[in-house]
Design a protein around this ligand. Structure first.
Ligand code: PRP
Length: 218
């Protein structure tokens, strides 16, 4: 007797990443009409026909849902994956949401990065900042965790530099700051729960292959 197929659950990062992901999924034939209503406050959506379930979460929570298996698959920025350090498989670069993790500050702060000065670094990404300064640059720094508008920190004297995402560079420009060093490139990635990868391998691989085809076509 055939057992009923279970839902495959996909965690999406609320906001621009989710809309972009849905438009890529649509090109693979996966749609979710319910999700298109911009006024809706709903968090979970299903595609009954394909036995798929989507939910919208805050970026830093997506790797958590995936590690614990509450979602089989997640779509999230590489910045969040590096910062959260969850046990999961990072399997596909979706090629959108491209930006760079950088050390930024006023031009006058460049001199603090070549020596062993104990400077303050403000960031939303303390793990990434710590790994960069301690392990790659061998520079001991004080890391100050902030939750947004990071560019403020060097302007008001909270820190000498910041570690933050730069996309177009306009936030830096409009606030008189510059990129001092590049840490790594970032983009949206697909992550998969380690158990789901074994248990639902066929369905997940099919989905990943379809997504990859769309990505390759650009
Ligand atoms: C991000 C990032 C920068 C800005 C970079 O902030 O932290 O501030 O975008 O983009 P740009 O190079 O195109 O100007 P976000 O808008 O996510 O808000 P936040 O300040 O609350 O983190």
């Amino acid at each position: 007797m055939e057992t009923e197929q279970r839902y495959l659950t996909i965690a999406l990062t609320k906001g621009r990443l989710a809309s972009k992901t849905m438009s890529i999924l649509e090109k693979t034939g996966i749609t979710c009409e319910e999700m298109k209503n911009p006024d809706s406050r709903k968090l979970i959506f299903t595609n009954e026909e394909l036995k798929l379930r989507f939910f919208l979460a805050k970026g830093p929570d997506v790797p958590t849902y995936v590690e614990y298996g509450a979602a089989d698959i997640g779509v999230v920025g590489r910045d969040t994956i590096l910062e959260e350090q969850r046990k999961l498989y990072e399997v596909l670069d979706l090629g959108f949401g491209k930006c760079t993790m950088c050390v930024c500050g006023p031009e006058s702060a460049r001199k603090y990065l070549s020596g062993q000065e104990l400077i303050r670094v403000a960031t939303k990404y303390p793990r990434i900042a710590k790994d960069y300064f301690y392990n790659q640059k061998n520079q001991t720094v004080e890391i100050i965790k902030l939750n947004g508008s990071i560019e403020l920190a060097p302007i008001v004297g909270l820190s000498e530099v910041i570690v933050d995402i730069v996309e177009t560079g306009s936030t830096l420009r409009e606030n008189g700051l510059v990129v001092l060093e590049e840490i790594c490139p970032l983009s949206a990635r697909v992550v998969v729960n380690q158990v789901s990868m074994r248990m639902e391998n066929e369905r997940i691989m099919k989905l990943l292959n379809d997504l990859n085809q769309v990505v390759l076509k650009g």
